[in-house]
Design a protein around this ligand. Structure first.
Ligand code: GLN
Length: 203
């Protein structure tokens, strides 16, 4: 009977997709598991029907965008963003933003924010910082890799952590975005917040 109980628990966990075409999707999948979700690697638009939420990982936004546009994925994703929670980290945050600069680039436009790519130059393009956050539990470690910067966020966008004076973790309803890589830290507060958002949207 223990087997049945286990099976029931597994089914009750939210299924969260990780776009797995490029970038560090494996680390996100592991982080989701630790945060209480069942990760699903998503490589085809049809798979979006099987998940309750989606993570767009870091990587190279231009490469991801080319793939998405070539495989009829972009429209499916646009639709998905309108109904289910989506969390974009680093390159994923760039894909979600309303406007992309440095250089300009097509995006899903579901997050009311202006994002500037590779905003910290070559010398200091990667850094690990600790920031005050509105998430309970003290300072938040943030790993930045060739990071973008939110140059502007709309009035309906909540900033949960900052790098200098720019928002680094934001939320707008069911959409979350981070300019850093929470999956590369051991702190699971950020993934837990997304899992909670997915759970809330499911009920
Ligand atoms: N520099 C990348 C881009 O502009 C993002 C970097 C990352 O995801 N770590 O798409």
């Amino acid at each position: 009977m223990t087997g049945n109980v286990k099976e029931t628990n597994r089914i009750a966990l939210p299924r969260i997709g990780v776009l797995a075409i490029q970038g560090d999707y494996a680390a996100h999948a592991a982080a989701l598991e630790e945060a209480g979700a069942t990760p699903v690697e998503v490589r085809k638009p049809e798979q979006l029907a099987e998940v309750d939420g989606l993570i767009l990982p870091g990587g190279e936004s231009t490469t991801m965008l080319k793939f998405l546009e070539r495989h009829g994925f972009f429209l499916a994703l646009e639709k998905f963003c309108g109904s289910k929670p989506v969390f974009g980290t680093c390159a994923g945050a760039i894909l979600l933003a309303r406007e992309v600069r440095n250089p300009a680039q097509h995006s899903l436009g579901v997050l009311d924010a202006v994002v500037e790519r590779n905003a910290y130059g070559r010398q200091i393009d990667s850094a690990i910082l600790h920031s005050e956050t509105t998430l309970p539990g003290g300072l938040l470690e943030m790993v930045f890799i060739r990071a973008p910067r939110f140059a502007e966020i709309g009035a309906g966008v909540e900033a949960l952590a900052f790098r200098d004076s720019s928002p680094a973790l934001v939320r707008q309803g069911k959409i979350m975005a981070a300019t850093f890589h929470p999956e590369l830290s051991t702190d699971r507060r950020v993934h837990r917040l997304f899992v909670e958002t997915v759970q809330a949207a499911r009920t």
